[in-house]
Design a protein around this ligand. Structure first.
Ligand SMILES: [Fe+2]
Length: 310
């Protein structure tokens, strides 16, 4: 009940947003990097499959030249839908896919790893952008990230101050200022470990899923809570009553310190400029089009293997 009251209050506080296509997003600017960020597919029923296909087609036809997709967990892979998910990746024409495991994926990590071919925890370099992915290792509601993995993340954040830093997790960072951060089952267990580092070494953007909160909730994008970090709640690309399927386009532009973040509300086939915006980062983006480089997490004292993606 408490949760419902907070969500309804937040919705009432939210100004009315209008659909817009006032910005031309069909032509990708030269030298830019376009990322489609989405989460919580939960591919259980034929309806879920159809919605995912519909929304994937919607995004690739409304924003050309998407370079990469980020999937922040809870794909819900099983025997039946694994082939479908791989087919959708091929059909999208998006070259690079970066997934992490959510609590539902933790039910069958072997299948998740076999189908996505991703380590549970890894970093990706694209030009001077460093994206760090940390999976949920347990089936509990909270997102469980072991201390070893936290220490690896901390080292990367501290050592790469010259890069644009993005962190991706399934659950919410407690204290990030979004409505979901008020509920511990939505949050990363031991969030204080991370916020302590961010107070001194803020990352530019922190992306998470898991909440299934609707797009019109003010607070899906929030940058006022922890040292200027832009927190982006991208969940969920799945339709439920009052929870329309939503995903996000993130665009970095060559030589620019500004990043565009805008939600796509799929059933309306529209961008929602009122809830998206342009944010200032601490560095200018630079990318010469080289292939991304994946470096899997390795326990301290072991050597990670770099992998160039073609
Ligand atoms: Fe989840």
């Amino acid at each position: 009940m408490k949760k419902l009251i907070i969500i309804l209050t937040w919705m009432l506080m939210t100004p009315l947003f209008s659909c817009t296509d006032e910005f031309s997003r069909t032509k990708k600017p030269d030298g830019s990097l376009r990322i489609w960020a989405h989460s919580d597919l939960h591919l259980k029923t034929a309806i879920d499959w159809n919605i995912y296909k519909r929304d994937m087609m919607d995004i690739v036809t409304s924003a050309s030249g998407i370079d990469a997709a980020i999937v922040a967990g809870d794909i819900g892979l099983n025997k039946k839908n694994s082939g479908f998910y791989c087919d959708m990746k091929s059909l999208s024409g998006i070259r690079y896919w970066f997934e992490l495991a959510g609590n539902h994926d933790a039910e069958n990590i072997q299948r998740y790893s076999a189908i996505t071919k991703k380590p549970l925890h890894y970093s990706v370099s694209i030009g001077n952008l460093l994206i760090i992915f940390m999976s949920d290792e347990k089936m509990t509601h909270e997102t469980d990230i072991p201390d070893d993995v936290f220490n690896w993340w901390k080292r990367l954040v501290e050592k790469n101050r010259d890069k644009i830093l993005v962190t991706v997790t399934h659950g919410v960072l407690k204290g990030n200022g979004t409505p979901a951060s008020l509920f511990s089952e939505m949050c990363i267990a031991g969030s204080d470990r991370f916020t302590g580092v961010l107070q001194k070494f803020p990352v530019d953007i922190w992306i998470h899923g898991h909440t299934h909160y609707p797009f019109f909730l003010k607070g899906r994008i929030f940058d006022g809570a922890i040292n200027g970090v832009i927190f982006l709640d991208i969940s969920s690309i799945r339709s439920k009553l009052f929870f329309p399927s939503t995903s996000y386009l993130i665009e970095f532009r060559e030589g620019s310190g500004r990043v565009l973040v805008i939600p796509r509300v799929h059933f309306l086939k529209s961008w929602f400029a009122g809830t998206g915006s342009i944010y200032e980062m601490k560095k200018n983006f630079s990318w010469k089009g080289e292939n991304p480089v994946i470096v899997p997490y390795k326990k301290s004292g072991t050597t990670p293997q770099m992998k160039l993606i073609h």
